[in-house]
Design a protein around this ligand. Structure first.
Ligand SMILES: Nc1ncnc2c1ncn2[C@@H]1O[C@H](COP(=O)(O)OP(=O)(O)OP(=O)(O)O)[C@@H](O)[C@H]1O
Ligand SMILES: [Mg+2]
Length: 358
């Protein structure tokens, strides 16, 4: 068995400003080269657990702890945050707060600059890492003009350049559209296979994370680890719905069709999922039974957008000749890939930005 990289033993942590502990009696061993996912409702303590691994607890967030939290056999509180950052690389959800350089290349090079690495070697290592995360064509570009998915690649490059043992992702998919999210999961998986680093992913979008295999799923609730296990076992059990977590939609469909799940059916992966002919028939029957609602409202129009165009200063149009009507009582969702203009449209409707046309 591989060595243990992260070890929590009866670990409890209370933020200084809180009355009750946020993490309670955590026992968890993560081994070198493992790829695990941590899920749990909002406020269950996932990010706090991540902060314990990357040293933000106790170095940035103060509090009281008992039990032990070790990285490669060393108590985190006996290390300093710099030493921990040499072992654990974190990619945060709020990417914009994580950038230091002006250009992609500068940002990736930051750690090397600090270590006074010679220019030639620095350029070579930045180029290597940029290639690994597929951002090599943007090295001289300004970070702030990149899309969400591209920013994530830069952020990942910035931690990879340090050759850390553990990569920690706190909600890597939060701001990514489904297609970009898939790329992100693919990229993490590719890195895992190439470098065999230990990977910890915290994510609400379990179905999207499971697009590529993981070794283990850890479920948290109210500061405790309530269960952990192989993805097939976790998904075949009722634990996700019991903890009010969203299970993959295809499993929800099987549940509605009253098809019992077992780990042997490979519920963790829709492509490997095994259904008998009888299951398939049950599923078809259920599918054809479900009534589909079609709402054709003839209610009054409450919002009319006609030929609306908008551009930010000195930029090409972000909104281009947009027209639609919303009726009273309608519930509508606006979807589109990262950068499509959804938030801009909302800002214009609210009057925070003024449109130039329409
Ligand atoms: N810096 C802090 N100081 C004090 N209390 C905090 C701090 N950060 C988090 N908490 C508290 O700890 C609890 C767990 O929060 P945490 O951010 O770890 O949850 P989470 O599982 O990551 O939630 P989410 O899914 O919403 O990101 C919450 O009750 C929160 O209010
Ligand atoms: Mg969190």
């Amino acid at each position: 068995m591989n060595e243990t990289v992260i070890a929590f033993n009866s670990f409890t942590f209370k933020y200084r400003s809180q009355k009750e502990p946020t993490l309670i009696d955590i026992n968890l061993d993560i081994r070198a080269g493992e790829k695990i996912v941590i899920v749990g409702p909002s406020g269950s303590g996932k990010s706090t657990l991540a902060h314990c691994i990357n040293g933000l607890v106790p170095f940035a967030y103060r509090g009281e702890s008992s039990g032990t939290c070790q990285i490669k056999g060393q108590e985190t509180k006996e290390l300093d945050i710099f030493q921990i950052s040499q072992k654990v690389g974190t990619v945060l959800q709020d990417l914009d707060g994580q950038f230091i350089g002006l250009s992609v290349g500068e940002d990736i090079a930051f750690v090397l600059e600090n270590d006074v690495v010679a220019q030639d070697e620095m350029k070579e290592r930045v180029a290597q890492v940029a290639k690994m995360v597929n951002i090599e064509e943007y090295l001289t570009d300004s970070i702030h003009q990149l899309s969400g998915g591209q920013k994530q690649r830069v952020s990942l490059g910035g931690v990879l350049v340090n050759d850390v043992a553990v990569l920690l992702f706190d909600e890597p998919l939060a701001n990514l559209d489904p297609a970009t999210g898939k790329h992100a999961i693919e990229l993490i998986d590719q890195l895992h296979r190439q470098t065999n680093k230990t990977i910890v992913i915290i994510e609400h979008r379990l179905e999207d994370v499971l697009y590529r295999d993981v070794d283990r799923i850890i479920v948290m609730e109210e500061g405790r680890i309530v269960t952990e296990g192989a993805p097939g076992d976790i998904l075949a059990s009722p634990i996700l719905s019991q903890t009010h977590l969203r299970e993959p939609l295809y499993l929800k469909a099987l549940e509605y069709a009253q098809i019992p799940l077992t780990p042997a059916m490979h519920p963790e992966n829709i492509e490997r999922l095994q259904l008998t002919n009888k299951n398939m028939e049950q599923l078809r029957n259920w599918y054809h039974q479900v009534e589909r609602k079609t709402t054709e409202t003839q209610e009054e129009a409450v919002l009319k957008v006609e030929n609306l165009s908008f551009h930010y200063s000195n930029q090409p149009n972000t909104l281009n000749d947009v027209s639609f009507t919303l009726h009273k009582g309608e519930m509508v969702s606006i979807v589109g890939k990262n950068g499509a203009g959804k938030s801009t449209l909302a800002k214009v409707i609210c009057g925070f930005e003024r449109h130039q046309k329409g």
